[in-house]
Write a protein that binds this ligand. Structure first.
Ligand code: IVH
Length: 724
């Protein structure tokens, strides 16, 4: 089974990363610990601060396990910034901070029976108990949500806080008060004062699917999984939004507590339940490894039938006196451990391969699967990357298996590892139907019938992995995708005009091309937006207001919104800076049609714009239809030049790359500031880079900078350089 097909970019995978821990020498171990510290910090920040992880839990666990294994072999190499000494990411600024009176730590993991037995042996050894001494453990599901601490004073809920970095979390009191499962006060006699209850906030799978459907309708981003949805919902600055999100809660422990009238974890659970706190119904008391494993297997087999995600079983030593004696090692208790489940997999058949056409005409194949439940969520689509991937000859990273192609009718193993869109892990070749034929990738656009071709990269002479429809704006698929792109967040950012609405308005011929958006209100007597299903007076009026508000827009957004192939935010900004006004930009691009023109030479000379991009821009403006659209748009909107650049600044004309997380300002703020001071901000490090500003969590870019000898600055050094 192919496990190497991770989402990490290949430049982040030095060969050292593949070397078994046992074979590392000291220098290599030090280098690996350094790399892992940066990489784990990067993923922690994505997970805890942005609720947008880019790797699966299994991949993340593998990084941590490797880090722990290297540290175990070379304890003297443990770094000050080692992930093993840290729990999550530091809290986000917007919420007030709460210092935890008792730290909110994390659990170490075991993945199999042997590791579980080692865990038990360690406990016995630590406590000096013979193997014959029986120890009881609670076994309970590890809920895949986010941990919360709830403080009750005189029986009243006075504070709710997230874990944050384990020592300091975020104050989310108004938000936890909206959660029905959490008692706002406990009137029972003998209820400890103070009492800090700990547990997990989660979202049910049903609620998650419903929320995502609504998000799509509104044109808002969808959440990758129930845990991210729960985190995103809890960390709303406006608690009325949290109140609309169906969050749930299970209690599993406590922090500061005046007096707990019990001697075991099990009895504590019974008391918590009697006080009105929700406890998971699957919690068991076990008395041997065999019973622990039986509980593990039992709960795992029922896992997909649960309405919430769980990612393992937590075992906790039952006797509280022994828990106290065992205490903690770095970030985890010695008395408890998480026994993780493997990623959920399922076997299903490939019914068909669907080809979707994107904004720039890219033909993207999607696997249409016989619906199958993977981890409680029904999946029927999976990504197939591109033509070569299906043919088994490479493509996005690697094929499934070298030389193995994917055919309609094939039996596939799919995996859902923390993502909604599942991955295909393998083809079960023994089950391939005799008459199954290799898939023939279309060479015509399935939507408009135009030729679909693979460009040849002028630099490398290699064929692009992506096949594209050449139909441009005569292709309805490209038109609707372009409309979606035009109104999206980094372009015109029109509130109330999400993907679903744009599609409906396109299909009903109300909005056909970009300028139509701005004539919508004028034409409304005919279009009658308010009367449409799912609209109403108020939402129609709000939409018209939102559209009006965007008649002035920054030039870079305007250029980005046009959807020119290969032109994203960064290139759009370069163009906006170079040409100043929309009129000058359009004029220059039309003149550049002649490749001998000075305008073409000037475009090619812009640093950061290579030949492919330059050709794409000129081709776009050589198309009369596009020019017509741009002219019509410019009658409706007034693009604004970007702020003046300070050419006298010390970084004027320099190229800067930001990497890692910044602490004093957001990434967008830092970029904007650098550009105002005349610097170019690039996305990747090259010989042309003058400075790399590296914050915590910097990864491959920092490494590249060092290899290329580019000057690396800390955030403070950077601020000093620019004099702020
Ligand atoms: S006990 C000292 N029990 O897993 C930490 N944790 O990696 C004691 N979690 O931060 C935690 N279900 O967010 C415990 N039944 C359970 C849990 C659970 C989920 C989470 C919790 C914790 C993380 C540990």
């Amino acid at each position: 089974m192919n496990k190497s097909r991770s989402k990490k970019k290949s430049d982040e995978k030095p060969t050292l990363a593949a070397k078994p821990v046992a074979e590392l020498d000291e220098a290599e171990a030090a280098a690996e610990l350094k790399r892992l510290a940066a990489e784990i910090a990067h993923h922690d920040a994505l997970y805890y601060r942005q609720d947008e992880p880019e790797i699966s839990d299994a991949e993340y666990d593998a990084l941590r396990t490797r880090n722990d294994a290297i540290e175990a072999r070379f304890p003297h190499l443990v770094r000050d910034d080692s992930p093993s000494l840290r729990i999550g990411a530091a809290p986000v600024e917007a919420f007030g901070k709460v210092t935890h009176r008792v730290p909110m730590l994390s659990l170490s993991n075991v993945f199999d029976e042997e590791e579980l037995r080692d865990f038990l042996d360690r406990i016995r050894r630590f406590l000096g108990l013979p193997p014959s001494e029986k120890l009881a453990f609670t076994a309970e599901p590890k809920i895949d949500g986010l941990s919360i601490t709830l403080r009750y004073e005189r029986g009243v809920l006075v504070q709710g806080a997230t874990r944050g970095d384990g020592y300091e979390g975020e104050n989310v009191t108004p938000n936890v008060r909206t959660i029905a499962d959490i008692p706002k006060s406990v009137k029972t006699k003998g209820f400890p004062d103070p009492f800090e209850l700990r547990g997990e906030i989660y979202m049910s799978r049903k609620a998650f699917q419903r929320l995502n459907e609504e998000q799509v309708k509104r044109g808002d981003r969808v959440f990758a999984n129930p845990r991210n949805a729960a985190a995103g919902s809890l960390r709303q600055l406006d608690s009325s939004i949290t109140a609309q999100r169906p969050l749930r809660f299970f209690a599993y422990g406590w922090g500061e507590i005046a007096d707990l009238p019990v001697e075991t974890q099990w009895d504590a659970y019974q008391v918590l339940r009697a006080w009105g706190f929700p406890l998971n119904p699957l919690i068991k008391l076990t008395h041997s490894v065999e019973e622990m494993l039986a509980t593990y297997r039992n709960i795992e087999s029922g896992r997909s039938g649960l309405d919430y995600d769980i990612d393992g079983i937590v075992y906790k030593l039952d006797r509280l006196d022994l828990q106290r004696r065992l205490g903690f090692v770095s970030r985890s208790p010695r008395f408890a451990v998480a026994h993780k489940f493997p990623a959920e997999k399922a076997i299903t058949k490939l019914r068909d391969i669907d080809i979707q056409v994107g904004r720039t005409g890219a033909l993207t194949p999607v696997a249409k699967l016989e619906p199958v439940t993977v981890g409680g969520v029904v999946v029927q689509n999976a990504g197939l990357h591109n033509e070569d991937y299906i043919r088994g000859i490479g493509g996005d990273g690697q094929p499934i298996r070298n030389g193995v192609d994917i055919r309609v009718g094939d039996t596939l193993i799919v995996q859902r590892a923390g993502d909604v869109i599942p991955q295909i892990l393998d083809v079960v070749l023994e089950k391939r139907p005799k008459n199954a034929k290799p898939y023939v990738f279309p060479t015509k656009c399935p939507v408009c019938g135009s030729h679909a071709t693979r460009e040849v990269n002028p630099n490398t002479g290699k064929e692009d992995a992506v096949r594209r429809c050449t139909g441009g704006l005569i292709c309805p698929a490209q038109r609707v995708e372009r409309l979606k792109h035009f109104v999206s967040r980094d372009s015109f950012d029109i509130e109330g005009l999400g993907e679903k609405r744009i599609k409906e308005l396109y299909e009903d011929s109300i909005i056909q091309s970009l300028p139509d958006i701005f004539t919508l209100a004028k034409r409304d007597k005919v279009a009658k937006i308010a009367e449409r299903e799912g609209w109403g007076e108020l939402s129609a009026r709000n939409l018209f207001d939102a559209i009006e508000a965007r008649r002035t827009v920054k030039l870079d957004r305007f250029i980005n919104a046009l959807g020119i192939p290969h032109v994203g935010e960064i290139t759009a900004r370069l163009l906006a800076r170079t040409y100043g006004t929309a009129e000058d930009f359009v004029k220059a691009m039309r003149t550049a049609k002649s490749r001998q023109s000075e305008a073409f030479a000037e475009l090619n000379n812009i640093e950061g714009i290579g030949p492919t991009v330059a050709e794409a821009i000129v081709d776009f403006f050589a198309e009369p239809h596009n020019v017509k659209v741009v002219d019509a748009l410019l009658k409706e909107v007034r693009p604004q030049p970007l702020e003046a650049i300070d050419h006298a600044s010390p970084i004027s004309g320099k190229t800067v790359v930001f990497t890692g997380s910044l602490e004093r300002m957001t990434r967008s703020e830092a970029k904007a500031k650098a550009e105002r001071l005349g610097a170019k901000v690039a996305g990747s490090v090259s010989q042309k880079t003058d400075y790399v500003v590296a914050g915590p969590g910097a990864g491959s870019k920092l490494k590249n900078a060092k290899e290329l000898g580019v000057k690396v600055l800390t955030e403070d050094e950077w601020l000093k350089l620019i004099g702020s």
